[in-house]
Design a protein. Structure first.
Length: 188
């Protein structure tokens, strides 16, 4: 890792820690400025998620607006374990009730699980999320971020396969975690 990339990683990690601390302390107002609209929300017939090439991670899953999509090792098959303050940093990729998520070329096995008044999108039974600190398409600041003893990873086909989607499954961790993550210990 280059010194510049290392410094960016440290800054991203510090920002994530500050945002988490603000959320946990009840200071959700600080996050409200950066809170995106529901991630990946789509109308009937439009692509919910698609694969795109990323220079550091190969093919990654992104929303229709190009925001990187993540999976969480604490999640079980078709069960999200990101709740409360966690959701302020990791908004779920959702679709309206009564619609089905659609994938771009090469994206199969999409599903949904209940998420309040919407449905959270799953890929090979892994709930999908975006990361509030990714402020533009192509950013992967959430890759490798620790949350207690669990890790967030950018969704790639090598990390989220149908063979790793059993009950209590965790994404495989093949490949570099890179990015700005690697620490944080949010303790959701």
């Amino acid at each position: 890792m280059t010194p510049i990339a290392l410094q960016r990683g440290r800054i991203g990690t510090r920002l994530a820690r500050m945002a988490a601390a603000a959320a946990v302390a009840g200071g959700l107002g600080a996050l409200a400025l950066a809170a995106p609209s529901p991630a990946g929300a789509s109308s009937h017939g439009s692509t919910t998620v698609k694969l795109t090439s990323h220079s550091g991670y190969g093919k990654i899953l992104v929303t229709s607006s190009g925001m990187s999509v993540y999976v969480f090792t604490a999640d079980a098959a078709n069960k999200s374990n990101c709740t409360g303050a966690c959701l302020s940093l990791w908004p779920p990729v959702t679709v309206k009730k009564g619609t089905k998520p659609t994938g771009g070329p090469g994206v199969q096995h999409l599903g949904t699980i209940p998420d309040g008044s919407k449905l959270q999108v799953t890929w090979n039974k892994h709930p999908l999320y975006t990361y509030t600190l990714d402020t533009s398409a192509g950013m992967v600041n959430g890759n490798g971020v620790m949350a207690g003893s669990h890790i967030w990873y950018v969704a790639t086909s090598s990390r989220v396969t149908s063979s790793s989607s059993g009950s209590g499954s965790t994404p495989t961790t093949a490949g570099s975690s890179g990015g700005s993550g690697g620490s944080g210990g949010y303790g959701y």
